[in-house]
Write a protein that binds this ligand. Structure first.
Ligand SMILES: Nc1nc2c(c(=O)[nH]1)N[C@H]1C(S)=C(S)[C@@H](COP(=O)(O)OP(=O)(O)OC[C@H]3O[C@@H](n4cnc5c(=O)[nH]c(N)nc54)[C@H](O)[C@@H]3O)O[C@H]1N2
Ligand SMILES: Nc1nc2c(c(=O)[nH]1)N[C@H]1C(S)=C(S)[C@@H](COP(=O)(O)OP(=O)(O)OC[C@H]3O[C@@H](n4cnc5c(=O)[nH]c(N)nc54)[C@H](O)[C@@H]3O)O[C@H]1N2
Ligand code: SF4
Ligand SMILES: [Mo]
Length: 765
């Protein structure tokens, strides 16, 4: 007998509803889009469609592993990892973390949170608790390989690093999009299931879509206009757009913004004619782009990872929103707006002004941002001896050996740790170094609620998916795993429930004391009882219930009897609940010290000096590397799904035909790609979709290392783009890694040999 169940896809930021068919054993046998989901309306992509294969992957670890050191068991030998019981695994973690903290202090234990910990329920609810319990300054995450510049920019402009406006895709008349390719990525920091359909709809209603990208991507092909731009030069283009708005008297900002005159001074030198050579975008095109942006009834500027992972990441992120403000489009329908997540209480505000650099990294002196240090300096901190050196590492849902800049150096550094524990379903390039691997259950056995992403939706929306298959009795949920790690990290001798109880108690007490909260003045103990009485014994569910009830649509613990509770969301809205189009809410979001939008934060104005210096520098003439995302991929970890490593999904080096001719490289030839940090060999794919002078290699490949247990991926290994990216280059304001515009050389190696495993693997599409 088969049955049907529904849940949100956990794989990307599009939040598609899925309809799953399961057999009696709880195996997913078919996946379709959930037509009844009011947000995704049945949309699905090839990754979601193969969730069954991912969920039932025979290489998924069924239980914890322990690495046996010594006795000839070399690092990277997969036989070195043997199954142990959960109790043994946790006991080892407790003993080893305890030993390292006692011997070297709390900063000797580092934590790295990877991308999936933004998608799981457990990551946002417990990941921070692990770091806090340790009290370590060595907290790292994929954020500094991704969107940290946007957090820093919004932190300074709006006071809250999580107050990131999204383009109001469904109502805009004009979308200017830089460094994003949602036709492959399905969107990021902008949750919009069927992003491609929403883009087509802009054009269908007479609007315009403009894409700025060094590659003519599928998104660029769908757009009305595509501007080729030299990698890493967005800040020049953006500054010239701002310059033009001022110079042509097109700026119409709201009256109460701060820093307008300072901003005008900062962009004075960036006339379109001055940046044309640096960017490759002709001056008349820049002027026209600014005029069209200003003239559109409603327009949104949206910059994504291509604008973040570069040397001017924060300036880009800032200038994108400066354009939104100057054209009067911030917080207005069809412009750039703030979502209103159902689990975030509107009454709670940051009280201290946003700042970075509350501490600095030990070796390179890089500033902390959002409580994190840059992943680009993780290897430095592990390798460099001295007080505060990292001796132990906890990774949660991350594969930095493939995802961090100069991953090869990090790979070697991890081998030198005294202890490493990884919460991860796979034994892969990173977790092969772990002394203990704690695998969470597969998605079918996990609940889903997008705590991190519901704050960036293009409509207000909420959905909760309980697990669709039962979890074996002896298998902890990821929340339980992380809860236990947090308790271990705190050094206390308590069960994981202690952590949840502490957080619940603390939240309820604060809510009862907060002016304007729906439970103001109530007795926290009475609220605690109400939560317990709601029917779920699961403390993770109780925490979600609490957040929803205190949130803007919540029942306020009875204050609004018709309001949301977790039970109501789950039982009455199993396909999700549409909460309407985005509404203006800047006043609710804004929490700068001045109480105004800060258009020209001093650190950004100061960093513009670096930009100005570049105006005078000669335009470099060598080749530079950029990445590219592929539809059938998800960073490093979907290459073990057989359906996804076929077809167009190839780890090839794209280069312009003119560069290929100059180098004597033909399609299908092998080439060596080299940089300061290393070199890899790949198959060349000449294409005029990349600009002359630009080469492109996708990231997340390079699965040919010993000691891993991902058999499909190993057979389609590819090479890692991060073998050639440079960990020494960061955006100074955010510490973000620089993946775009990496100087490289390309050397022909002749026609691809037919036989070698690596070569065959790389052309396995
Ligand atoms: N299929 C698939 N989907 C994914 C992922 C995946 O790996 N595969 N990863 C997920 C993750 S973690 C994220 S963060 C999101 C990212 O989602 P997006 O931000 O849409 O990421 P990309 O598709 O990499 O698009 C970035 C674009 O920037 C361009 N670019 C490179 N350098 C520059 C530059 O200097 N300036 C400009 N203007 N553009 C530049 C690249 O050519 C590329 O087209 O995607 C998510 N979705
Ligand atoms: N050159 C280059 N490098 C890049 C990028 C780029 O564009 N170019 N993009 C960057 C970006 S945007 C990102 S987000 C990072 C990603 O960097 P990471 O997060 O470090 O890497 P992922 O490949 O996403 O690794 C995800 C890991 O989580 C595990 N996992 C999967 N599901 C779960 C789960 O439910 N629970 C747990 N605990 N683990 C799970 C997987 O097995 C895998 O080990 O890569 C960055 N690196
Ligand atoms: S677009 Fe993203 S959320 Fe939707 S099915 Fe594909 S991977 Fe899942
Ligand atoms: Mo990402």
């Amino acid at each position: 007998m088969s049955r049907t169940a529904h849940r949100t896809c956990p794989l990307c930021e599009a939040l598609c509803g899925l309809e799953l068919t399961l057999d009696d054993a709880g195996t997913i046998t078919a996946v379709r889009g959930d037509r009844h989901d009011p947000f995704s309306k049945g949309f699905i992509c090839p990754k979601g469609a193969t969730l069954g294969s991912l969920d039932g992957d025979p290489d998924r670890l069924p239980g914890p592993l322990r690495r046996t050191r010594g006795d000839g068991a070399a690092d990277g030998d997969d036989a070195a990892h043997v199954p142990v019981t959960w109790e043994e695994a946790f006991a080892t973690v407790r003993a080893e973390i305890g030993r390292v903290v006692e011997r070297y202090g709390k900063d000797a234990v580092a934590v790295y949170l990877g991308n999936p910990s933004a998608h799981t329920v457990a990551g946002p609810l417990y990941g921070g608790a692990v770091i806090k319990a340790l009290g370590t300054r060595n907290a790292y995450s994929a954020s500094t390989a991704d969107q940290m510049p946007k957090h820093v920019s919004c932190g300074h402009m709006f006071g809250d690093p999580l107050a990131i406006p999204v383009p109001d895709l469904d109502r805009t008349d004009h979308l200017l999009m830089l460094g994003a390719n949602p036709l492959e990525s399905n969107g990021s920091l902008c949750s919009a299931p069927d992003f491609p359909g929403r883009l087509k709809a802009i054009r269908a209603r007479g609007g315009k879509v403009v894409v700025v990208d060094p590659r003519r991507t599928r998104t660029a092909e769908l757009a009305d206009e595509h501007l080729f731009l030299r990698p890493g030069t967005d800040a020049y283009l953006l500054a010239a757009l701002v310059h033009t708005l001022f110079a042509e008297d097109l700026a119409t900002p709201p009256a109460d913004v701060a820093g307008l005159d300072d901003l005008r001074a900062v962009v004075r030198d960036f006339a379109p004619e001055r940046v044309a050579a640096v960017t490759g975008v002709p001056a008349p095109v820049i002027r026209r782009t600014a005029r069209e942006l200003a003239a559109a009834p409603a327009a949104a500027v949206y910059g994504r990872i291509g604008t973040c992972t570069q040397a001017f990441g924060t300036l880009n992120s800032w200038l994108v929103d400066v354009l939104n403000v100057l054209t009067g489009n911030l917080d207005r329908p069809g412009g750039a707006m703030f979502a209103r997540p159902a689990h975030q209480p509107a009454y709670r505000r940051r009280r201290t002004p946003y700042r970075t650099g509350r501490w600095y990294s030990r070796v390179r002196g890089l500033p902390e941002a959002n409580g994190e240090l840059p992943v680009a300096t993780l290897a430095d901190e592990i390798e460099t001896p001295g007080e505060g050196q990292i001796r132990a590492l906890i990774t949660i849902g991350g594969n930095p050996v493939l995802s961090a800049p100069n991953g090869a150096r990090l790979d070697a550094a991890l081998a030198g740790l005294e202890f490493m524990v990884s919460v991860d379903p796979y034994l892969n390039e990173t977790t092969r170094h772990a002394d203990v691997v704690l695998p969470p259950p597969p998605p079918s056995q996990a609940p889903h609620y997008d705590l991190a992403l519901l704050g960036f939706t293009v409509r207000d929306y909420v959905r909760y998916s309980p697990p669709v298959a039962p979890r074996p009795a002896d298998r902890p949920s990821e929340a339980e795993i992380l809860g236990r790690l947090a308790v271990i990290a705190s050094g206390l001798d308590a069960g994981p429930a202690a952590l949840d109880e502490m957080i619940i108690g603390d939240t309820l007490a604060k809510a009862a004391a907060a002016a304007g909260s729906p439970v103001e003045g109530r007795d926290p103990a009475e609220l605690r009882e109400a939560l317990a009485a709601a029917g779920s014994a699961d403390l993770t569910e109780q925490r979600l219930d609490m957040m929803l009830r205190l949130g803007p649509y919540g029942d306020g613990f009875g204050a609004d009897p018709a309001g949301l509770t977790l039970a109501r969301l789950r039982d009455e809205h199993p396909h999700g609940l549409d909460l309407g189009p985005l509404r203006p809410r800047l006043a609710e979001v804004l929490c700068t010290a001045s109480g105004r939008v800060e258009l020209c934060p001093p650190p950004f104005a100061a960093d513009a000096g670096r930009l100005r210096a570049g105006l005078a520098a000669p335009v470099p003439d060598g080749l530079v590397l950029i990445g590219r995302r592929q539809l059938r991929s998800n960073n490093s970890w979907l290459h073990n799904v057989p359906e996804l490593v076929r077809g167009s999904n190839r780890c090839t080096l794209q280069l312009h035909p003119a560069d290929a001719d100059r180098l004597g490289v033909a399609a299908g030839d092998r080439v060596r790609l080299s940089s300061r940090t290393g070199s890899v060999e790949a198959v060349a794919e000449p294409t005029d979709t990349v600009m002359p002078g630009v080469v492109s290699l996708p990231h997340g490949w390079g699965h040919d290392r010993p000691g891993t247990r991902t058999r499909v991926a190993a057979a389609a290994a590819g090479v890692s783009a991060n073998a050639v990216t440079d960990e020494q280059e960061v955006d100074p304001l955010s510490g973000n890694a620089v993946f775009n515009g990496v100087p490289v050389t390309v050397e022909p190696l002749g026609a691809a040999a037919p036989a070698p495993v690596r070569a065959a693997a790389e052309s396995t599409g």
